[in-house]
Design a protein around this ligand. Sequence first.
Ligand SMILES: NC(=O)c1ccc[n+]([C@@H]2O[C@H](COP(=O)([O-])OP(=O)(O)OC[C@H]3O[C@@H](n4cnc5c(N)ncnc54)[C@H](O)[C@@H]3O)[C@@H](O)[C@H]2O)c1
Ligand SMILES: [Zn+2]
Ligand SMILES: [Zn+2]
Length: 394
Amino acid sequence: MLAMNYRGPYRVRAQHKSDPVIEHPGDAIVRVTRTCICGSDLHLYHGMVPDTRVGHTFGHEFVGVVEDVGPGVRNLRVGDRVLVPFNLFCGSCFYCDRELYGNCHNTNPEATAVGGIYGYSHTAGGYDGGQAEYVRVPMADVGPMIIPDDIDDDTAVLLTDIMPTGYQAAEMGDIEEGDTVVVFGAGPVGIIAAKSAWLMGAGRVIVVDEVDYRLEFVKRFAQCEVVNFREVNDMALHIKKMTDWMGADVCIDAVGADASGSIMQTVTGRLMKTQAGSSLVLHWCINSVRKGGNVSIVGVYGPTFNAVPIGNALNKGLTLRMNQASVKRHLPHLIEHIRAGHIDPKQLITHRIPLEDVADAYHIFSSKLDGCIKTVLVPPRANEVRAVSASALH
Ligand SMILES: NC(=O)c1ccc[n+]([C@@H]2O[C@H](COP(=O)([O-])OP(=O)(O)OC[C@H]3O[C@@H](n4cnc5c(N)ncnc54)[C@H](O)[C@@H]3O)[C@@H](O)[C@H]2O)c1
Ligand SMILES: [Zn+2]
Ligand SMILES: [Zn+2]
């Protein structure tokens, strides 16, 4: 099959590799019809994530059609259209019982922090991802969801990650009626977080980025105020000026390790990697939120040391909440929000690129070229209609 193939930092290509096969009775094989590139993939692409191996196939946002199932699979049938949450999870461990699917204890036994994630390096379990024609989906009875008929593939693929993540970012901010919410990052996750903040009762939403076309988009999509941080000297001071010197009630980090805007953070974090990426947005969140405020972090950081102003967080009595999104927990209410017309995530899709051109697609998204917000990759066999034999429908 054709699959995205990692060759080293800033180098990816589409290449042939063996088709995945059923390795365990609980596996399914899914033929991918839509897959996206995520801001999280950029951390891999930029060489920020430890143990990203040459030959690995990225892609944790994908939907497709079930092509084959192992003998133990009960809930899926060949031909089902499924969306697959980016987390791999067992459904029965301590964490899964508490719906903390991103922290599953069984899908990434080598790690103590994160559970398994498709296509996200051996740090996250070493599972090949969905930027491919086919993907192996372990524990197929647990993760995937059959896509309702009224939800198309483009909408469904945004439900595998960015929509639940943006929504959870707002949820973890514990927004109260009338709160001022500042979202750092106007990528897909920040855009959905800004939109979700209103659904949770925010009285004011401010989004910060440096890319003007993204700020223009979020201003329209989420009816919020915007700040270009390149035009601001001191971010915390600026937010305080905007909020009667109180600071924001809630700050959301939707940027993570690749934050730009500070030479010191860029050199130590992104270039020399003496810390797990640039911690600039953590500084901005902790310093811009009011005393007793909430900071919600969904931007991804590597596992090693970060120079974070934890003393300030303590003195201010902040609540810091952060996690990988528990995608499956959010699907029922997000589908209701989509049906009610509250959020139309498809509007974020700016690019539709054949999987064959995956190298160009990464370059365009990473360099923020051509007005890119969200890219959908379409594998060559996406539109194939497969004749399903009666015996396969067991
Ligand atoms: N926790 C989770 O479950 C989860 C899931 C998906 C994505 N993420 C993470 O969320 C973050 C955003 O993802 P995305 O897909 O929107 O990525 P993206 O790369 O498209 O967007 C990030 C945005 O941040 C902006 N930015 C850079 N430095 C900034 C700064 N100092 N202040 C404000 N904005 C700044 C960039 O210009 C860009 O528009 C990434 O770190 C990604 O890894 C986390
Ligand atoms: Zn993602
Ligand atoms: Zn589990």
